[in-house]
Design a binder for this molecule. Structure first.
Ligand SMILES: [Zn+2]
Length: 406
């Protein structure tokens, strides 16, 4: 006897050879929080009510895997609407910084915020994501750039997972930039992270991966490789923000480190993309930042596609370059701006997003044995998920086999 069964619905399994892994008029069943059975209705081995304690008759629509937002900076204090306003009134980057804006503003505000207020803000944002069918969210630190605040951000990420029906994947991003106390001494700052901060995060069970900024305004390849080596010594996978403002060979560095994903990649070289293809690293594309920064250089999606580099999409929710809590909007932007197909966009927030987090055995597709995390949509075709511009067609969501309040 299954716990629950969903019937009269089309399934987008996101596996197999047909587009979207579509299974029209399918049935999916959950037991003990996991997918216990799925298939065409005709193959159901009995009457629905005889097979499951609860039968959900969906009367049409599509059921997809719960969406995975694989790149967020969800935990931060305040916002940067003033920077936005100043820039539109003609201020340049230096003027915004001189007025107390930019990333230093968010670092100061986050350092000053207590755990309770950071959690309250993060819950509002995660709830917005959940209302779009998101059931797994990666959450980075990186607005403390000191020991206490980095750990506090990671504790808040863990608290989000306790407070809401959502899987949280915490990532240590102490190397988001050089901490203010270490200005001009990036090597010393990396040493500090390796010696003091990362071990504390590992000891407290707060971190599942290590991320770093590998750009001209952050860290060099050798500095990031040093951090990656420390991550590996702790048994943690790595990833990087890279090749967003220029070609730093970051995709190749991530690939050589056996990393999960290289994120942004507007300027990634062909050689980097080839190295990523060989290593199986995910290209994690972030159209929200591209849009906000009015970046005209687009990631080389055609080559990624030709090489078979898996493409994932994230909201990149952050107060500066991507102040959004809409993953669905990123699907649209990835299609309209980057040229992804609607199917690639949906794979980017399901199957490939799970791979980018190293969680592909647990979430990201509808397959027996994976978590029963679903999103049920009032749509005629999965293409609608990317087609609507700021319109949310979610009807309901299921987490670990149970319906969730949205
Ligand atoms: Zn980011």
């Amino acid at each position: 006897m299954w716990d629950a069964l969903w019937i009269d619905v089309n399934l987008a399994t996101m596996v197999g050879t047909v587009p979207y892994g579509a299974l029209p008029d399918g049935v999916i069943a959950a037991a003990n929080g996991k997918i216990a059975w799925l298939g065409p209705r005709a193959a159901l081995p009995g009457a629905p009510e005889a097979l499951a304690r609860q039968v959900q008759r969906c009367a049409g629509g599509w059921l997809t895997p719960g969406l995975v937002d694989c790149h967020t900076h969800l935990v931060f204090a305040g916002h940067r609407a003033r920077d936005f306003e100043m820039r539109l009134n003609g201020a340049d980057r230096a003027a915004v910084l001189a007025a107390g804006g930019g990333i230093p503003h968010t670092v100061r505000a986050t350092r000053e915020a207590n755990e309770e207020s950071l959690l309250a803000d993060a819950l509002q944002r995660v709830d917005a994501l959940r209302r779009e069918g998101v059931t797994t969210v990666e959450v980075k630190s990186g607005y403390g750039l000191d020991r206490d605040t980095e750990l506090r951000q990671l504790r808040v990420a863990r608290a989000v997972a306790k407070a809401r029906p959502v899987r949280i994947v915490p990532t240590f991003l102490g190397a988001h930039g050089v901490g203010p106390e270490y200005q001009g001494r990036p090597d010393d700052y990396i040493d500090f992270l390796i010696r003091d901060v990362l071990p504390a995060a590992v000891r407290d069970g707060l971190v599942e991966a290590v991320d770093a900024g590998l750009e001209s305004n952050c860290f060099t390849g050798p500095q990031v490789e040093r951090l990656f080596a420390a991550a590996k010594a702790h048994g943690l996978p790595v990833k990087a923000h890279t090749d967003q403002y220029g070609d730093f060979g970051g995709g190749g560095i991530v690939a050589r480190a056996g990393g999960l994903s290289a994120d942004h990649l507007e300027y990634a070289s062909d050689a980097s993309l080839r190295a990523m293809a060989e290593a199986g690293a995910v290209a994690l594309l972030l159209p929200g930042a591209n849009f906000t920064l009015r970046e005209t250089r687009m990631p080389n999606v055609a080559l990624m596609r030709a090489l078979g580099v898996p493409m994932a999409l994230g909201s990149n929710c952050n107060p500066g370059s991507s102040p959004t809590t809409s993953l669905l909007l990123m699907l649209n932007m990835a299609c309209t701006m980057f040229g992804l197909t609607t199917e690639e966009a949906l794979a980017g927030v399901t199957r490939n997003a799970a791979k980018a987090l190293g969680r592909e055995r647990e979430v990201g597709t509808l397959e027996v044995g994976k978590a029963a995390d679903f999103a049920l949509w009032d749509i005629d075709t999965p293409a609608e998920l990317a087609y609507w511009l700021g319109r949310n067609r979610l009807r309901s969501a299921v987490f670990g086999g149970a319906p969730v309040a949205l």
